[in-house]
Structure formats: structure tokens, C-alpha cells
Design a protein around this ligand. Structure first.
Ligand SMILES: CCCCCCCC/C=C\CCCCCCCC(=O)N[C@@H](Cc1ccccc1)C(=O)O
Ligand SMILES: [Zn+2]
Ligand SMILES: [Zn+2]
Length: 476
């Protein structure tokens, strides 16, 4: 038996007992209590990262004791699971997540950030949305499938990174190199970033699922001005601080070009048009005419502005050695996020033209282009699997749209293994939840987390298909 008949006959229903539901949330709480904080490249809580490895062994025993699952630790703390399917002709896929978290300043939180406390139906703590929820949901779904004697047809990998928050070079990058050395090519990857968005667009009552199919590029750029030091009692007309500040101010005051016309947000808005009443529906259906107006409105909000252009954030500044010494050097670091329609080279050129001052030196600390745009056509297995699973687990969500991730994820280390990178967390996200990511009072509802487990439970089974996705039937 093959294909749909096979799946129909052997499909394991995503129904969980009360005991299993309780065990699920308790397992997540335990994960939140381990303070796996990444502070910088050099500084992480290595004890906690190691403890996390022991913890997943304890709570997911079947995953670690199944003959067709190989577990490896990579880069000392990251975890790579190879789940061998029964049909070697099916190209494998990969589920990704990370278990390091950004620091949390305890005093600002309503609930201690590493308590994993349950209150009013929510589990609170750092990592509940970014991204221990995904780490735990993936392993939990697999554990539950295995205890029901599931054996996949399509092989898949699970990679759990330990340093995503400090750019993934010891975890994701090493796992990618290892998989490449083994000759692995993947049908698709699913990682963090998209969500079911609720309340992000004024007057849109309905939630919609946004699967990010590209990710912005980035440049960390250091600007430096050197001037001759001297006595502050007889200052020169211009100092290194003044010159650098003026350059930075020009950068902040000069937005990069609006790329609304060539971006994915335009597609999203067109798809959402019918959800609005007059006149918004007409405006969104006719972006050829109203595009400039709509893009000006989008510029007013920081998140939508980030979706339509390259952004420039002034993030570090350093100058001066003593109150009465003219500073010899001033340095600042700018974090630039590149829109998918632009490149590192183009943006650097624009930056130099805006600064337009030869006394300002540029040092590129780190730079990478935006991720290529992953396919979403009828034959794009990853997109279609996510779409299908969203429809069955979230029947109330009838809009699924492609988007751009405005941050960076570990998935960028895997572009050598696949052309299908899809960023989606099957979790509802409201604007205040968005602010809690890297902010304060991060939390997930118990029911939302249990639904995430259900989603992955179904996604893994859906991905066993050996059929090419069925083309949509368009209405005549
Ligand atoms: C009309 C549509 C509205 C759309 C709203 C969009 C809402 C956005 C939803 C989710 C965005 C979540 C972003 C979280 C993913 C980013 C993860 C992250 O923070 N990564 C770091 C990686 C990094 C980079 C450089 C140094 C260290 C780490 C990052 O990007 O800064
Ligand atoms: Zn994350
Ligand atoms: Zn993060």
C-alpha cells in the first residue's frame, strides 16, 4: 500500500489522554526552569546547556531508546536526531528549533522568568515562545507517536541548536556541515519565525497564518572616526564625536528605499483584501493604484516598516577617555537588516552615500545576504504540508500567506541543504506577545502549547506522503 490509502489506513489520531496533556505542560515547565541563557559568543550558561541535554533524555525516554533514531551531540551541546524512515526513496525533511534563550531581567517580570509558573492558563517564562516551546513540542510529538508504535515512511532530521541567540556558529553551522558531509539533501526545513497573527492589522478581526519564506539579510557595521587628541579648553571646530554623531544622525534620518512593490507584504495584503469592508477591500484589491498610499501607511508602524524596507538601527556607541581630553577616536555599531529585494553590496553603497564623509571609516563586522525566497507553488512540499496541517489543526484560520522573517534564524545555516526553508510556529501571536519575545513577560497558553504538539504530531504524519502535493482546483 502506498500514498493516501496507506496513510488513511494507518493514521494515528491526534488525540491525547488527560494524563498525556498534563505531562506535556509539565515537561515544558521543566524546560523553562533550566536557564540556558546565551549572553555572547564567549559567554553562555554552559552548565544549563548541558543540563538541558540530560533533561530531554529524562522526559522523552522513547525518543532516545528507539532503534531507528540516531542521536548525536554536535558542538558540545546541540542535538541532532536522525529518524530513519522505511521508504528510502522519499527525500528527508528537517524540523528545527533552539533551546538557548536571551537574558531576562527578573525585576521587570510579573512572574520570575525561569520559574515556568502556570497562572491563569498560561505557562510563563523566557523561552515559552522563543523557542523552547518548539524544542519541546517536536520531541513531545515524536515521543507520543513512538509510544503509539509509529514508524515514519519518510526519514527526517531534528536539529536543536544551543547558540541561535548568538548566531548559531557552534550549533546549527556545525550540524549543517555534518549533514552536508553525509551527502544529505532535504525536501524542506521548518524553523521558527512565522505565526498565526492575531490583531496585527487594524480592523482585521480574523487571525491569519503567516509562513515566512524568506529572511532578511544583515550587516553589523562599525563606523569609526579618528581625530587628533588635545586639550578640551581649546577645542577644534569638529571632534570625532561630533563627526560620528552627525553621520549616525544622517543614517537614522534617511530611510532606505521603500521596497513594498517588490516584497511579500503586498501579496499578503492582496490575499487579505476580501476580509475587509469597503473601502479598504477596494484599496487592497487595487494596489497597482493605491500601492504608494498603502506603503506610506505601513511605514508608520515599526513592524510593518521593517517588512517593507532595509532598516538601520544604531545599537552601540563608544567614545571619549576623559572629561578634559578631546577624544582621539569615536566608534559606533549599526545593525542593518536587509530587505530580500536588496543585497549586502547594494546596501553598503547606499550607506556610504548617506554618510558622505571620508573621515568616517567603515568596518564590516559581519554580513550576509537575505535568504532566497522558498517556493510556495503546488509542488512545494514543505509549504503544502504546512498549509494542509494548518487547515486541519486550525480550521478557524482560513488565510495562509507567505511572509518575510524580519529577524534571523538558524535556518540560514542550512541553505546548502535545501531550497525549501519555511519558518512557522503553529502558535497564535498577538502584538503584545510579539513584544514579549526578547522582552518581558513571555508566556504561552497551556492550550496553545498542546495545540502546537498536536500540529507537529500531524505534520510528521502528513509528511509521510509519497504523493506530490495535489494542485489547487481553481474556480472557473
Ligand atoms: C501585516 C503583517 C504583520 C506582520 C507582523 C509580523 C510579526 C512578526 C512575527 C514574528 C517575528 C518574530 C521574530 C523572531 C525571530 C528572530 C529570532 C532572533 O531574534 N534572532 C536573532 C539572531 C541573531 C542575529 C545576530 C546576532 C545574534 C543573534 C536576531 O535576528 O537578532
Ligand atoms: Zn528564536
Ligand atoms: Zn530569539
Amino acid at each position: 500500500l502506498k500514498g493516501r490509502e496507506f496513510q488513511g489506513a494507518s493514521r494515528i489520531p491526534s488525540e491525547f489522554s488527560e494524563e498525556e496533556l498534563v505531562a506535556m505542560k509539565e515537561a515544558l515547565k521543566g524546560a523553562i526552569q533550566i536557564p540556558t541563557v546565551s549572553f555572547s559568543h564567549e559567554e553562555s550558561n554552559f552548565t544549563a546547556l548541558a543540563e538541558f541535554g540530560e533533561y530531554i533524555h529524562k522526559v522523552f525516554p522513547t525518543v532516545f531508546n528507539t532503534s531507528f533514531i540516531r542521536h548525536e551531540v554536535v558542538g558540545n551541546y546541540s542535538h541532532l536526531f536522525t529518524i530513519q524512515g522505511s521508504e528510502p526513496s522519499l527525500q528527508p525533511y528537517m524540523l528545527m528549533a533552539h533551546f538557548d534563550v536571551v537574558p531576562a531581567h527578573e525585576e521587570d517580570w510579573e512572574v520570575p522568568p525561569f520559574s515556568g509558573l502556570e497562572r491563569d492558563g498560561f505557562i510563563h517564562g523566557r523561552g515559552t515562545l522563543d523557542n523552547k516551546n518548539s524544542v519541546m513540542a517536536i520531541l513531545q510529538a515524536l515521543e507520543l507517536l513512538l509510544t503509539r508504535n509509529y514508524k515514519p515512511r519518510r526519514s527526517f532530521f531534528i536539529t536543536l541548536g544551543h547558540d541561535e541567540e548568538v548566531s548559531g556558529t557552534n550549533g546549527a553551522q556545525k550540524m549543517s556541515t555534518l549533514l552536508q558531509a553525509r551527502g544529505i539533501q532535504l525536501a524542506f526545513i521548518v524553523d521558527e519565525c512565522g505565526f498565526i497573527l492575531d490583531g496585527f492589522i487594524p480592523n482585521l478581526q480574523k487571525p491569519f497564518a503567516m509562513i515566512s519564506i524568506s529572511e532578511k539579510g544583515a550587516i553589523d557595521l562599525m563606523l569609526q572616526v579618528n581625530m587628533t587628541p588635545g586639550h578640551s579648553s581649546a577645542p577644534p571646530k569638529e571632534t570625532s564625536i561630533g563627526i560620528l554623531s552627525a553621520a549616525l544622525s544622517r543614517l537614522e534620518q534617511t530611510p532606505m528605499p521603500n521596497m513594498f512593490k517588490s516584497g511579500l507584504l503586498k501579496t499578503t495584503l492582496q490575499q487579505l483584501a476580501s476580509e475587509f469592508s469597503f473601502p479598504t477591500n477596494i484599496v487592497l484589491r487595487n494596489l497597482w493604484l493605491f500601492g504608494p498610499l498603502v506603503s506610506r501607511i505601513l511605514e508608520r508602524n515599526d513592524v510593518t516598516n521593517a517588512l517593507i524596507r532595509t532598516t538601520t538601527a544604531l545599537t552601540m556607541y563608544n567614545a571619549g577617555v576623559k572629561v578634559n581630553v578631546i577624544p582621539p577616536v569615536a566608534k559606533a555599531t549599526v545593525n542593518i537588516r536587509i530587505h530580500p529585494a536588496q543585497t549586502v553590496v547594494e546596501v553598503l553603497e547606499l550607506i556610504k552615500n548617506i554618510v558622505a564623509d571620508d573621515r568616517v571609516q567603515f568596518h564590516v563586522l559581519r554580513a550576509f545576504d537575505p535568504l532566497p525566497i522558498s517556493p510556495i507553488d503546488d509542488q512545494a512540499l514543505g509549504y503544502q504540508m504546512l498549509h494542509q496541517t494548518i487547515q486541519s489543526v486550525f480550521p478557524e484560520v482560513n488565510i495562509v500567506t507567505p511572509g518575510t522573517c524580519i529577524g534571523n534564524t538558524d535556518s540560514r545555516h542550512y541553505t546548502n541543504l535545501t531550497t525549501g526553508i519555511y519558518l512557522f510556529n503553529p502558535v497564535y501571536l498577538q502584538p503584545q506577545d510579539f513584544r514579549s519575545i526578547h522582552g518581558i513577560n513571555e508566556k504561552i497558553s497551556v492550550q496553545g502549547y498542546q495545540t502546537q504538539v498536536k500540529f507537529i504530531f500531524e505534520l510528521i504524519q502528513n509528511s509521510d506522503t509519497d504523493r506530490k502535493p495535489v494542485p489547487h482546483l481553481h474556480e472557473l
